[in-house]
Write a protein that binds this ligand. Structure first.
Ligand SMILES: Nc1nc2c(ncn2[C@@H]2O[C@H](COP(=O)(O)OP(=O)(O)OP(=O)(O)O)[C@@H](O)[C@H]2O)c(=O)[nH]1
Ligand SMILES: [Mg+2]
Length: 213
């Protein structure tokens, strides 16, 4: 019995030491256009001076998983190093006609729809590799949609810690309360990735959540 306890103790200790050395794989997931890349860019810029990818008002701008390694986040005398993973927005239906509204040519719109669909598959494939996930939701939209619930359910089943971000709280239509009510058992932080509002609380919650890995 004592040997078993000792063995478990050392096992845990070594695992912790090992984990501290490598970067924590932090994924940014969520529906298209919610601000995943905007948030990942803000973090990368703050701590490395570089961005991770392009943003756009047209949905499905990110159509390939993109990375930024060795992002060392310093917050209140604490340091953690992450491998940031920005993913394509997950949607159940991608219609090229939706892109025509943005004055896109038919050929370009069709190509965007095709690569966006491949992007969704890639995002889901990568889920298993994550150690922590930030779900970015647009707080001006209804949080109760199938995609959000499916991604979060999937992460919970895999025991991957989840932080929910209600983004775009600078907009009048945004409701943090609605997102909190939709996911009462999770940490929800209201932020504006675009203007940097409430980013400190985001870091605080991220560090707190990392203890669950
Ligand atoms: N008002 C406001 N707009 C935001 C905020 N964050 C992002 N946006 C805008 O929302 C749009 C989409 O932002 P992205 O960062 O490209 O969103 P994404 O989730 O990466 O989108 P996909 O790559 O298409 O999945 C852009 O026009 C951003 O400027 C925010 O906090 N407030
Ligand atoms: Mg993006």
């Amino acid at each position: 019995m004592v040997i078993k306890i000792m063995r478990n103790f050392f096992k845990k200790m070594f695992k912790r030491m090992f984990n501290n050395k490598k970067d924590i794989k932090l994924g940014f997931y969520g529906p298209p256009n919610a601000g995943k890349t905007s948030l990942a860019n803000r973090i990368c810029k703050d701590f490395t001076g570089e961005e991770i990818g392009k943003i756009s008002k047209i949905p499905h701008e990110t159509r390939k998983v993109q990375f930024k390694e060795k992002v060392e986040i310093n917050y209140k005398n604490k340091k953690m190093t992450f491998k940031m993973i920005d993913t394509p927005g997950i949607a159940t239906k991608i219609d090229y006609e939706d892109f025509l509204k943005f004055k896109m040519k038919k050929k370009e719109a069709k190509e965007r729809a095709k690569t966006a669909t491949q992007g969704v598959i890639e995002s889901i494939k990568w889920l298993d590799d994550m150690e922590m996930v930030v779900i970015v939701l647009d707080a001006t939209k209804n949080p109760y949609n199938q995609v959000n619930i499916t991604i979060i359910g999937n992460l919970v089943a895999r025991k991957i810690p989840v932080l929910i971000v209600a983004n775009k709280i600078d907009l009048k239509k945004a409701s943090l309360k609605k997102v909190e009510n939709a996911f009462p058992e999770y940490d929800v932080v209201g932020i504006s990735a675009k203007y940097g509002k409430n980013i400190e609380e985001f870091y605080e919650t991220l560090f707190k959540l990392s203890k669950k890995i």
